[in-house]
Design a binder for this molecule. Structure first.
Ligand SMILES: Cc1cc2nc3c(=O)[nH]c(=O)nc-3n(C[C@H](O)[C@H](O)[C@H](O)COP(=O)(O)OP(=O)(O)OC[C@H]3O[C@@H](n4cnc5c(N)ncnc54)[C@H](O)[C@@H]3O)c2cc1C
Length: 827
């Protein structure tokens, strides 16, 4: 065969694979091409034979499905069964929770961007907007976080009452039951705004609206249970908590030792069928004040009173706190964030069977109920809280860095600080984009469990990064706690978000890719189902179809990765031009590379990938950053593709692409089958590693957006609580930022005049006097400069105390005599 003939042949097959050509095209093309090449004298008879032989074999197996199944699929099915990871019932139920959405598109290697862009944007109804502007703002104004966290270690009775009567405990409960019936987006906006004011209050509101009695009742409760509880939960007449975690079972919640035995017992003077419970729970939010406990336990039915199954398994029941045998009341102290949290114990607690969620039919269904609810809840509460922290840091640390000067310059102008500020802004842009995209899915009726795990993990991790950066920039003013410290409590609270609703290490290492690879991959679940089909023949037919679909999928992704790698994605489809075009194309490249890598990892590691948590974590990182970056592009489009937002969008995309590259590199360096890893490395990155962290120039542009008042800053931080009250630190910062922005030209004028030798004074008041005398400044300039100086001095003040005594003690009350360093100095 001539070189040209070979190239033409390879290019044709490559093109067919790239375009996922249909079977008929694959059948017709090779003979037509061979004839043409022969006629053109580009192929020898031996060359023709080398192509025709494999073609004939492939055609034979295509046309003879029975032979294909017996000779190819059957032995492969046996191998597949032997490497398939063993899965417990609880693992299967966790895997099957929720549904597949945009994660499926990312796994396909060819995401359809139009689908993403057509996803409706999040929107508040008029009623929801009015609630956020009304009662939520009112609550925010009432919240004095220092009083809550340091003095009272609780919300005040007035705040508790306000939260209950305004309906904030019933945001997910439909209006027909007296709740607010809010969308997931409105629910998230409420939590985000409250979190920007007080994390204690936000967590208190989050819990009754998240995984807990109301959520479970709505989905699984009997009508009688709904009628009994929903109305009371909506108005806070019943305070719920949800008790799953026990001392022996935290992350491995499926292993709870808490037991319930089906038996007859006395209930309100009558002998009824029920359950005798023994349990010990800890870390339960709202437990110390809860009146209704959603309790998870393992149900046993040794006498088979309910069904033939002696071990129905995890079950959830609604147990009033007053039930005999239950002990609650003590409190844990979660890192100085004093939301109500504590242990619950139960000894020989007898409950009637109709307290089981969903009645007797709900026996043994608890794990499935929990996993399904988690698929949704995990995408709302903690992402809202984390984004609230990001927006607060962007808004107020940005303002602080503009106002606070060192070495005669605002600290935000130093390149080192710019780097941290840019991270705060860029990560906040990512967080809000991912939060909103997930909420729009939830509000369209999707329950994407892999995506909710992605946003839970990545937004709480970004919250950690952003608050750490904010603390660095705030310096001592971030460290000294007091009413004027905006970040100390958010800093302390970081590990809470990291640990709850699936601790982060576990979520990254096991859940995101572990669940994604099976649920969201277009063929793996089908292969699993085929392998588990008790009907051998039906299973073989199913497996055969999935297997050959899977092979075609791998071939396509191989061809796409090779082409996209060589061209860096150029020429591939992009739904948008301008600054977004290259990013869409790079995501095409990364998505194909991710899909191919996933398959090669699954093929070479099989079931052992479950134990290879670090490889699984890196694959999860690629998937997660594909999700976050697609959310950022969608956000940029939704916000009208504003040129002034380009730096934020670019920062967010550059950062995500770099993270994907980092994860891929780590994965390929650690894949056990080394030659395969080398080939993959060349295939994905044939010209070296192309992605870099955002440039210093981009960091500078993003940082500048945070340092000055304006639309970009407002858009980035939209939805958090703002206040111009000059008694509040946030009001002072806001005012200082605006006034300082106005005096910048005046300060430049003074500096120029000083350099020119026109002005000689050292202190500002004298300088101003001299400048006015010389006509360099006017009287109104003077008042502006003086006001700026006053505001600057105000926002750099930190609190100081007469004594640091344990709160609550008699002398501790003196702590309320809080002052600021400056005021003390003046005194
Ligand atoms: C403030 C607070 C509020 C809470 N509220 C509630 C509530 O209302 N109701 C409720 O039922 N529970 C609640 N919890 C419990 C929470 O869900 C658990 O703390 C969480 O599941 C982790 O369990 P653990 O603390 O026992 O940690 P462990 O399970 O002991 O985990 C310790 C570490 O090991 C890691 N790890 C464990 N297994 C693996 C693995 N296979 N692979 C990789 N890493 C792994 C974890 O990621 C974690 O980093 C709350 C906890 C806290 C701290």
């Amino acid at each position: 065969m001539t070189l040209l003939g070979l190239i033409l042949l390879l290019m044709t097959f490559w093109g067919l694979a790239y375009g996922s050509a249909r079977a008929i095209v694959w059948i017709i093309t090779p003979p037509v091409l061979l004839i043409a090449l022969n006629l053109a004298g580009l192929v020898t008879p031996v060359g023709s034979l080398l192509v025709a032989l494999p073609y004939a074999v492939a055609l034979f197996f295509y046309l003879m499905p029975e032979q294909r199944r017996q000779w190819i699929s059957k032995p492969l099915l046996a191998t597949f069964r032997s490497v398939m990871p063993a899965m417990s019932q609880t693992e299967k139920e966790a895997l099957n929770a929720g549904n597949v959405w945009w994660d499926g598109a990312l796994f396909s290697g060819q995401p359809n961007w139009q689908d993403l862009l057509h996803q409706p944007a999040c929107q508040l109804s008029e009623r929801e907007q009015a609630f956020i502007d009304g009662p939520v703002d009112e609550l925010c104004r009432m919240l004095d976080d220092w009083q809550i966290t340091h003095e009272d270690k609780d919300l005040s009775p007035r705040i508790w009452e306000f939260i209950k009567t305004s309906g904030m405990f019933g945001m997910i409960i439909p209006e027909s039951y007296g709740g607010l019936g809010f969308s997931a987006y409105a629910h998230s906006q409420v939590v985000m705004k409250v979190a920007s004011r007080s994390i204690t209050a936000a967590v208190t509101i989050m819990v009754p609206n998240s995984l807990g009695p109301a959520k479970l009742l709505l989905q699984y409760g009997t009508q009688e249970q709904k009628d009994r509880y929903l109305q009371k939960l909506a108005i806070g007449e019943e305070i719920p908590c949800f008790a799953l975690t026990s001392p022996k079972a935290g992350s491995d919640a499926g292993a709870i030792p808490d037991s319930g035995v089906v038996t007859y017992g006395n209930f309100q003077g009558k002998e009824v069928l029920g359950i005798r419970l023994n349990f010990e729970k800890r870390y339960i939010t709202l437990a110390p004040i809860a009146t209704l406990i959603g309790l998870a336990f393992k149900l046993e039915d040794p006498e088979r009173l309910l069904s033939d199954d002696p071990l129905p398994g995890i079950t959830v029941a609604l147990v009033p706190r007053e039930t005999a045998g239950i002990k609650v009341g003590k409190r844990h102290m979660p890192l100085d964030i004093p939301f109500q949290n504590g242990p619950i114990y139960g000894r020989d607690v007898f409950i009637p069977i109709d307290w089981v969620m969903g009645g007797a039919e709900g026996a043994g269904q608890g794990w499935r109920m929990l996993m399904d609810s988690l698929s949704e809840g995990r995408g709302i509460s903690l992402p809202a809280l984390s984004t609230g922290a990001g927006k607060t840091a962007s808004r107020y640390t940005g303002a602080y860095a503009a106002v606070r000067s060192q070495f005669n310059q605002p600290i935000g102008h130093f390149e080192g600080v710019e780097e941290a500020l840019a991270r705060i802004g860029g990560l906040t842009y990512q967080m809000d984009a991912a939060r909103k995209l997930t909420l729009s899915a939830l509000d369209s009726g999707e329950t994407p469990s892999v995506i909710s795990a992605i946003v839970k993990y990545h937004l709480t991790e970004r919250y950690r990064q952003v608050i750490n950066d904010a603390m660095d920039i705030q310096g001592g003013s971030g460290i000294c706690l007091g009413p004027d410290n905006l970040f100390g409590r958010a800093y302390q609270a970081i590990p809470i978000g990291i640990t709850v609703e699936g601790a982060n290490i576990l979520t990254r290492s096991m859940i995101i890719f572990g669940q994604g690879a099976i649920r969201a991959h277009p063929f793996v679940l089908k292969e699993f189902e085929a392998a588990e089909n008790p009907d051998q023949q039906a299973g073989l037919i199913q497996f055969d179809s999935a297997l050959f679909g899977h092979i075609g999928f791998v071939v396509t992704n191989f061809a796409r990765t090779l082409w996209l790698g060589l061209t860096h994605g150029r020429l591939s489809e992009s739904p948008k031009g301008g600054p977004m075009r290259r990013y869409f194309q790079r995501l095409n490249w990364m998505s194909a590379s991710f899909a191919l890598t996933t398959d090669l990892a699954l093929m070479t590691l099989g079931g052992s990938l479950k134990r290879k948590e670090r490889l699984s974590a890196r694959l999860g990182d690629i998937l997660s950053n594909l999700y976050i970056s697609s959310a950022c592009l969608k956000r940029f489009v939704e916000e009208g593709e504003k040129p002034e937002d380009v730096p934020l969008m670019q920062w967010a995309l550059d950062d995500s692409l770099y993270r994907m590259q980092h994860a891929l590199r780590g994965l390929l360096r650690n894949m056990p089958v080394r030659p395969l890893a080398w080939v993959m490395r060349v295939l994905i990155f044939p010209t070296g590693l192309p992605f870099h962290k955002p440039t210093d120039r981009l960091d500078h542009q993003v940082a500048r957006a945070l340092l000055s008042p304006g639309e970009v800053r407002d858009r980035l931080t939209h939805g958090v609580f703002t206040d111009d009250d000059p008694q509040q630190r946030i009001g002072q910062l806001e005012q200082a930022l605006h006034v300082v922005a106005k005096v910048i030209p005046l300060e430049k004028t003074l500096k120029r005049a000083k350099r020119a030798g026109q002005l000689h004074a050292r202190e500002l008041p004298e300088l101003i006097k001299e400048a006015i005398k010389l006509g360099i400044l006017s009287e109104s300039d003077k008042s502006l400069l003086t006001e700026a100086e006053r505001l600057r001095n105000q926002v750099i003040e930190v609190n100081a105390f007469e004594r640091l005594m344990p709160s609550g003690s008699v002398s501790g009350k003196q702590q309320s005599k809080v002052s600021t360093i400056n005021k003390l100095g003046a005194a």
